[in-house]
Design a protein around this ligand. Structure first.
Ligand code: C5P
Length: 345
């Protein structure tokens, strides 16, 4: 909502801030934060060795021979983040949020293709329910069939003006959903095949390689002329800086989620947070509770239960990573349930 506001609010004669500059600055914030955390991690895990050795260790892991592998997710994430700006600039927040839920399904598809994840029919049902449930919660107003028919008709008939931008927004959101699924799963595979490489080292590499497409394609090639005319920070205000901070923190949290659980769990958590914030909003601001949002919220909870149900043929999936399983097996506090799955005591 903040992002949508920043892209559509009236600005008078001032130029609007350029999305490419914001995408670039988000990467700078993530790079600096990840570097600080990587330094902290290295020094904290080897307190007894001299600082010079720790610096050498950090240098070796940052410039590891396989760091080039991060080029692919870096380019794709930059593309995804730019597509999100196109989508949110051309769609209303609700349509954007609802259609972006497609990424729940694309993530599962790529998890099957790239990670060999096995999804039972019960879990498929849960995922489809989750997609619908979270879309329902986000429909802030009751569904007005006439409204949707009108929108659909105008898209099909290709009317000019706002309609063509709606179509552009929808294409961008579908492309962003595909990119989200592919990139997150690719990054998960890299992290989990990384051996001793820490999450923050990988994140430094990711942000470093993201700077190049963000700078050369976004800032210089796409918006170079406008920046030359109005300046890099034209249109910047407190809201734009707030968005940069929000997106950087969001990205770092996504990285932690992918490392310690997986992408499907990350999407479940994001969907659940939408339900929680809906409930909090109605409680705090005393907004009326709508029937479809309540039904949507219940469907999300049902989907969570179904996905993790113990009778699912492949067991609980939240959290589920090879790494966590191996952590648990060496953890004396872990116990085994009747299905043979371990849980922390
Ligand atoms: O919508 P989705 O969950 O796919 O968005 C993932 C977001 O997390 C992207 O904006 C991406 O740039 C960010 N990310 C990150 N660092 C990672 C993984 C993802 O900043 N290690």
């Amino acid at each position: 909502m903040v992002l949508h506001y920043s892209r559509t609010s009236p600005i008078g004669n001032q130029p609007r801030y350029l999305a490419s500059t914001a995408v670039f600055l988000v990467e700078i914030v993530k790079l600096v934060t990840s570097l600080v955390l990587a330094i902290y991690d290295t020094f904290n895990s080897n307190p007894s060795i001299p600082p010079s050795q720790n610096i050498q260790k950090l240098y070796n892991s940052l410039f590891s021979p396989d760091s080039w592998k991060l080029v692919v997710p870096a380019a794709l994430y930059t593309l995804q983040n730019s597509l999100v700006y196109v989508a949110i600039s051309n769609l209303d927040p609700v349509t954007y949020q609802v259609t972006y839920q497609l990424k729940i399904l694309t993530t599962v598809l790529f998890s099957i293709l790239l990670l060999g994840k096995i999804i039972s029919s019960r879990q498929w049902m849960a995922l489809i329910l989750l997609t619908f449930g979270v879309a329902m919660v986000q429909l802030a107003e009751p569904l007005n069939i006439g409204d949707w028919r009108e929108r659909l008709n105008s898209i099909i008939q290709g009317k000019p003006g706002p309609v063509s931008s709606t179509f552009k927004g929808l294409v961008a959101v579908v492309a962003a959903s595909m990119t989200s699924g592919l990139t997150c799963v690719y990054f998960e595979k890299l992290l989990k095949d990384s051996g001793s490489q820490s999450l923050w080292t990988r994140n430094v590499q990711l942000s470093f390689f993201s700077l190049f497409p963000a700078l050369f394609i976004g800032v210089l090639w796409k918006d170079g002329a406008a920046i030359g005319r109005d300046g890099f920070f034209a249109g910047y205000n407190a809201i734009v800086w707030f968005i940069i901070l929000l997106q950087a923190i969001g990205g770092l949290i996504v990285a932690v989620c992918i490392k310690y659980t997986d992408n499907v769990a990350k999407n479940f958590a994001a969907s659940f947070s939408i339900v929680v914030s809906y409930a909090a909003t109605t409680f705090i601001f005393q907004t009326p509770v709508t029937l479809h949002s309540t039904v949507g919220g219940s469907i999300v909870l049902l989907a969570l239960y179904l996905y993790n149900g113990h009778s699912a043929s492949h067991g609980p999936v939240l959290p589920t990573t090879r790494e966590r399983h191996s952590e648990k097996s060496s953890n004396p506090m872990s116990i085994q349930n009747d299905n043979g799955h371990k849980h922390n005591a």
